[in-house]
Design a protein around this ligand. Structure first.
Ligand code: TLP
Length: 349
């Protein structure tokens, strides 16, 4: 039985074209600024997100951490969504490595409220940490890959600006967000100071992310990367995949979005399952399995038994992501296998 891996868009393997590009990469020691493939990648990446400069890093987690360290000094405060990846999934690096103070604000299905963000920014006072940075995320992972609309994004940036804060965008999937919003990535970066973009999600690279911002910001980010042990040598092996992905894997992301919608529509029609279709805006599908009478663990195990791998969002959801690993036939096969499980579920027999 073929294993259908829907766990995450991080599960992609490099395509033959990408492997060839990596194989042919001209290499040098990047710590000395002598890897031409890294240089080429960083200038293309900066150009594509409309920033002065970019820096290759090893992962999205590292990219966010490097950006946080470049923006703030220990003791400074960061306003961010309680459900953001930086707050929820990055091992507390914000506090325990960067030394920053998190001020979490609750988003509403992935959308921060500008008034609530404004209220969370404290006025200067000897007793308070200094508010330094607002972090945004787009697409928003824990809300089901929702796309923060450009108007709201710009309103949130304006709130930060008015109070003298910088803005960092966790744009792990910003190319998905921009395509789904019918906007340019540069529309989303116009009012932010820095962005982190993952190469390992829908773009299909085996590793790597980049941060981008002003030249001066990237100089600080470079030092932060080095402090974290992320200074690399013949990193063109990573960068070559990145350049290939930026040139070849961006336009196709809308196919992943179309397949996610097909998947979501079919699953939503099955007894015991429901999908909030309003949240299916990019390549993620959060499936509420409450009606099956199975725990998240039981449902995930039954799916695994049927060769469908998902990630868990307990107590009520599992997540499936579409990516370049999946064609239409894969999606149909996933739908068939889930339909079989549903037929035998305690609440449905
Ligand atoms: N997200 C992963 C898991 O960590 C949850 C996934 O499977 O979705 N920002 C956002 C918005 C992300 O979704 C992720 C990864 C990261 C940053 C971190 O990227 P990596 O995994 O490269 O460190």
């Amino acid at each position: 039985m073929k294993r259908l891996n829907m766990r995450s868009d991080t599960q992609t393997l490099p395509t033959p074209g990408m492997r060839q590009a990596i194989f042919e990469a001209v290499l040098g020691d990047d710590t000395y600024g002598e890897d031409p493939t890294v240089k080429e990648f960083e200038s293309l990446a900066a150009e594509m997100v409309g920033m002065e400069a970019a820096l290759l890093v090893l992962s999205g987690n590292m990219g966010n951490l490097v950006a946080l360290m470049a923006h703030g000094a220990p003791g400074d405060e960061v306003i961010l969504d309680q459900d953001s990846h930086i707050f929820y999934y990055e091992v507390g690096g914000l506090a325990n490595i960067a030394g920053l103070m998190p001020m979490p604000v609750r988003s509403h299905a992935g959308m921060l409220d500008p008034q609530e963000v404004a209220a969370a920014i404290r006025s200067p006072n000897l007793h308070y940490p200094t508010p330094r940075l607002l972090c945004l995320e787009n697409t928003h992972n824990r809300s089901g890959g929702r796309v923060v609309p450009l108007d709201l994004h710009n309103e949130l940036c304006a709130v930060a600006r008015e109070r003298g804060l910088s803005v960092h965008l966790d744009g792990a999937r910003i190319f998905n967000a921009a395509q789904a919003a019918g906007a340019a990535v540069t529309d989303y970066t116009e009012n932010v100071d820095s962005i982190q973009v993952c190469l390992t999600k829908g773009l299909g690279c085996p590793l790597g992310s980049f941060v981008a911002g002003s030249r001066e910001f990237i100089e600080r980010a470079d030092r932060a990367r080095k402090r974290l042990g992320g200074g690399m040598r013949q990193a063109g092996l990573i960068a070559a995949g990145g350049t290939y992905a930026l040139r070849n894997h961006v336009d196709r992301l809308s196919e992943d979005h179309r397949r996610a919608r097909t998947l979501a529509t079919a699953l939503n029609g099955m007894p015991g399952l429901s999908v909030d279709m309003a949240t299916v805006e990019s390549n993620m599908v959060y499936i509420d399995h409450t009606g099956l009478g199975m725990s998240t663990g039981e449902f995930t195990a039954a799916l695994k038994e049927a060769g469908v791998i998902v990630s868990t969002r307990p107590p009520h959801h599992v997540r499936m992501c579409t990516s370049l690993e999946h064609d239409d036939a894969t999606i149909e096969e996933v739908i068939d296998r889930v339909a079989n499980i549903v037929q035998g579920a305690p609440a449905c027999v």
